[in-house]
Design a protein around this ligand. Sequence first.
Ligand code: HQG
Length: 178
Amino acid sequence: MGKTDKLSVFISLVLRHNPGAAGITLDEHGWADVQKLLEGVSATGRKIDMAVLEEIVKNDSKQRYSFNEDKTLIRANQGHSVPVDVELKEQEPPEFLYHGTADRFLKSIHAEGLKPMSRLYVHLSKDVETALKVGKRHGSPVVLKVRSGAMYREGYKFYLSENGVWLTKMVSKKYLEK
Ligand code: HQG
């Protein structure tokens, strides 16, 4: 992992899970003050300035972060475990979405469905390839096909994050394709 990648991982930790790690707070919509973030991250001994932060936001492989218009605020687009409302757009999902996981979780998933675990939402991908990558993070990957269209027609809400991740509160096992 390069220097900027490591910094990006730390910023993702701060903006999604533990703002205190950089001595900052997030507002109710998940925004952090850019100046305070830069100062807070610097205070942990990491080298960062506005140019580096802009580079991270622009080049992040999953487009995880957004600035506000005048770049005084920054937030993660999705993936939080802290309870913030990032004003996700509710949207009709495609007929099927995919969830990448590891084979060791299958027994539990087939018993109780997909749960958000430590995050606010279950994360779903629009294609098998992306889901496979997500699954690999946890071990031997398995891709589950989710009947998202049927869920939507039955009243479940879906959200599409700024960076193209589909989110929903939970997926009952009856919507998992065998
Ligand atoms: C599993 C990455 C047992 C679930 C990715 C997953 C994604 C269950 C794990 C984003 C379960 C949670 C999120 C149940 C779900 N029993 N295990 N009932 N229900 N699980 O990391 O979806 O790089 O919180 O299958 O690209 O893997 O961080 O969620 O394996 O978009 O930007 O519990 O994180 O993006 O793991 O990944 P996670 P995820 P970033």
